[in-house]
Design a binder for this molecule. Structure first.
Ligand SMILES: Cc1cc2nc3c(=O)[nH]c(=O)nc-3n(C[C@H](O)[C@H](O)[C@H](O)COP(=O)(O)OP(=O)(O)OC[C@H]3O[C@@H](n4cnc5c(N)ncnc54)[C@H](O)[C@@H]3O)c2cc1C
Length: 461
């Protein structure tokens, strides 16, 4: 006889872990199936020799101090994890770095506002009116229509350069659309980055993963690694269960999938009624361990959103990667630094198909060239660094696909989201990236909201 569960969750990434905790907390019999060996999904960790690395953690968005309201404290409350347990170190400052203008931002919004006022005196009132619009907008309403954020922002801001600069960090930290984003997503990201800001758990992403794993154990979640879902068994318009890669059948009342919208529908035994597009945006990541602290040169910024012209090109790269823009992150340049060794990370927008079609020896050569370009850029942005690389690691969009199953290595998933989480099949819901809340905080909130809505309150497709 096959096993039966109240809720089956596909994926032990941030959204899957958070959803499982909520459901099991209220007495449901919950199983999480994860194809890989470790939890964390897109934001996991790994070991190289004696060094351990986060896959990609630059920053946790939505920083608030203990006791303040915000998405971060909301998710801690929902998961019953105390604020102190995250052990957050706030950023000092980050920088939007265009050739003709630079704008800094900190975890105090007034700093960013004054930077904009100083650099763009003709747009001060317009910027303030935009802020009012953002403050009063309910970005998380699941019924919001999709709307071009560029169109809305351009109704307020006259200077094209300011529009490009405001958008650059928001796009690269959370848009599955090219060169634009949905206005609700824009507001989520604007608040997450400019109103609230960045922090980093002292122990990196491992801190968050360990907390979630401990909580899952406490509330009795059945977590199974090396257990991929091969098929979602549907019939008469509702879910029945899943078949695993090994051919086991598990029955369940509801499935919450973080595998991606299109990826989930493709697993259904019934023909899906829609086919979301594969996202075009993936990235390369280069990380360098150094023998010298970046801050010893006087450079104290945490994250630099670098762009080489007044126009920001957020689109699938025509070549293997697009050197015109990059995110440069110094993960130890937060307000406290107790790390032994320095690290710098560089992210480029990249083209999955081009990396994927390279024969093996060529792939290695191109990866090295990309790493060299990234290192040159670090030295351009941090003058007088004069550091030696002790260790470097590089990964490409094909690595993202390999470890997460996301088609096209699309870090932000499909441009076609399902904000309600519904799939047209009763009992089958999308959580995480393709529900539309992006990033680590967004993914956890997505898992929580969809679990609350369909698992605890009882709404349905
Ligand atoms: C390089 C990089 C850097 C990043 N940096 C940041 C950052 O600094 N700050 C930030 O907030 N966000 C960052 N992100 C984004 C963030 O990691 C993601 O938005 C978030 O983790 C997504 O979580 P998720 O639960 O939606 O999905 P995922 O993390 O993709 O989890 C899905 C899980 O499902 C599993 N799975 C898929 N298919 C199946 C199947 N058929 N059967 C079983 N299991 C399956 C996968 O193995 C995976 O573990 C970064 C991402 C990358 C790649």
């Amino acid at each position: 006889m096959s096993e039966r569960f109240d809720a089956l969750i596909i994926g032990a990434g941030m959204s899957g872990m958070a959803a499982s905790i909520r459901l099991a907390m209220y007495g449901q019999k919950v199983v999480v199936l994860e194809r890989h060996l470790i939890p964390g999904g897109l934001n996991s960790y790994y070991q190289r020799g004696k060094r351990s690395f986060d896959v990609g953690l630059h920053a946790l968005t939505n920083f608030v101090e203990k006791g303040q309201k915000g998405p971060l404290t909301k998710l801690m409350k929902q998961l019953r994890i105390p604020y102190e347990a995250f052990d957050l170190i706030p950023q000092k400052r980050s920088l939007i770095h265009f050739p003709s203008q630079k704008l800094g931002f900190t975890n105090e919004f007034e700093y960013f506002r004054s930077e904009v006022h100083q650099a763009f005196p003709n747009d001060t009132e317009n910027f303030d009116r935009l802020i009012e619009k953002i403050r009063s907008f309910n970005e998380t309403a699941l019924t919001n229509e999709y709307l071009s954020a560029k169109l809305v922002v351009k109704q307020f801001i006259r200077d094209e350069l300011l529009v490009e600069m405001i958008f650059a960090p928001l796009l690269i930290y959370g848009s599955a659309w090219e060169n634009d984003m949905d206005f609700s997503q824009f507001v989520i990201m604007f608040k997450a980055l400019y109103f609230e800001g960045f922090s980093r758990p002292r122990g990196g992403v491992r801190t968050i993963i360990d907390l979630l794993m401990k909580k899952m154990e406490e509330v009795g979640v059945d977590l199974r690694f090396k257990t991929g879902v091969a098929a979602i068994i549907t019939g008469e318009g509702r879910v029945r269960g899943v078949e695993t890669d090994k051919g086991d059948i598990l029955e369940c009342a509801k499935i919450y999938s973080s595998a991606g919208f299109g990826e989930t529908l493709k697993m259904m035994t019934d023909e899906p009624s829609t086919q979301p597009r594969v996202g075009a945006l993936s990235f390369t990541e280069s990380l360098f361990c150094l023998d010298k602290k970046v801050r010893s040169t006087g450079f104290e910024d945490t994250i630099v959103f670098y762009n080489d012209s007044d126009k920001y090109h957020y689109q699938a790269s025509a070549e293997l990667y697009d050197p015109r823009s990059a995110v440069i992150c110094v993960p130890n340049n937060y307000s406290q630094d107790d790390a032994q060794e320095e690290m710098v990370r560089v992210t480029y927008i990249a083209n999955f198909a081009k990396w994927n079609e390279l024969p093996r020896p060529q792939y290695k050569i191109e990866k090295e060239k990309m790493g060299q370009a990234a290192w040159n850029l670090v030295n351009q942005v941090v003058p007088n660094l004069n550091a030696n690389i002790l260790f470097q690691d590089l990964f490409t969009p094909t690595t993202v696909k390999k470890y997460t199953g996301h088609e096209g290595g699309a870090v932000y998933g499909s441009p076609d989201k399902t904000r309600s989480g519904q799939t047209g099949i009763e009992g089958l819901y999308i959580i995480g990236t393709d529900q539309g809340f992006l990033g680590i905080v967004g993914a956890m909130l997505s898992g929580i909201s969809i679990a609350n809505l369909y698992g605890l309150v009882g709404g349905d497709a």
